[in-house]
Write a protein that binds this ligand. Structure first.
Ligand code: AMP
Length: 211
């Protein structure tokens, strides 16, 4: 499968991507995860991205396209990929189109998780992330077995810097202004599949119907 996952932060793109990965060996590519790893490792890329990410703004299209050009040509992408958090702007979508033409590849669909704002805010403010392996928890619906520690690797779990109320408000505004126009962009190309939920079964059947 070659799928773009669209939807505001907290819509459940990462969870859906992980579930889809298990179906056919496609790989999840999360630009947010790539950037967070670069920040943690203190690389040049991480230094450029850190402050922008903390504020909930977008890093430049050039920087993201540099990452994606390299990533999409790696061996593990041959079986398919689930793009989680990319593209985020019309210029990124246009650049992706050119890149895919160059690689001789075609997208199966752009899957929009159309989740209400109140649900998103509640999910993001209660979300916690493992500082080591990235496993996601939720203080209400999926707490770790031991308070503050990851079930998978035992490391500390924390609230992400960009999941404070102020940063979330900004990320949602950035989404509405810069990313939401992609829904129409992909609708016009006949690629859009929109579901009003992140319930796995519903999402899976919408994808099956489409493919
Ligand atoms: P995410 O985990 O997808 O919510 O991404 C976290 C942060 O990384 C975003 O708020 C942006 O600062 C940055 N980021 C991730 N993907 C992109 C992208 N495609 N374009 C620009 N910035 C991005």
């Amino acid at each position: 499968m070659k799928i773009i996952l669209l939807g505001p932060p907290g819509a459940g793109k990462g969870t859906i991507a992980k579930a889809l990965m298990e179906q056919d060996g496609s790989v999840q590519i999360s630009t947010g995860d790539i950037l967070r790893a670069a920040v943690a490792a203190g690389t040049e890329l991480g230094k450029q991205a850190e402050a922008v990410m903390k504020a909930g703004d977008l890093v430049t299209d050039e920087l993201i396209m540099g990452i994606m050009e390299e990533r999409l040509q790696q061996e593990d992408c041959k079986k398919g990929y689930l793009l989680d958090g990319f593209p985020r702007t019309i210029p990124q979508a246009e650049a992706l189109k050119v890149l895919l033409e160059k690689l001789g590849e075609k997208l199966d669909c752009a899957l929009e998780l159309d989740i209400p704002r109140e649900v998103i805010i509640d999910r993001l403010t209660t979300r916690r992330t493992c500082t080591n392996c990235g496993e996601i928890y939720n203080v209400k619906s999926k707490p770790p077995k031991v308070d503050g520690l990851c079930d998978v690797c035992g490391s500390k779990i924390v609230q992400r810097d960009d999941e404070t109320e102020t940063a979330i408000e900004n990320r949602l505004q950035v989404y509405n202004e810069q990313t939401a126009p992609l829904v129409d962009y992909y609708r016009k190309q006949g690629l859009l599949v929109s579901v009003p939920t992140s319930d796995l079964e519903t999402v899976m059947s919408a994808i099956r119907e489409r493919l």
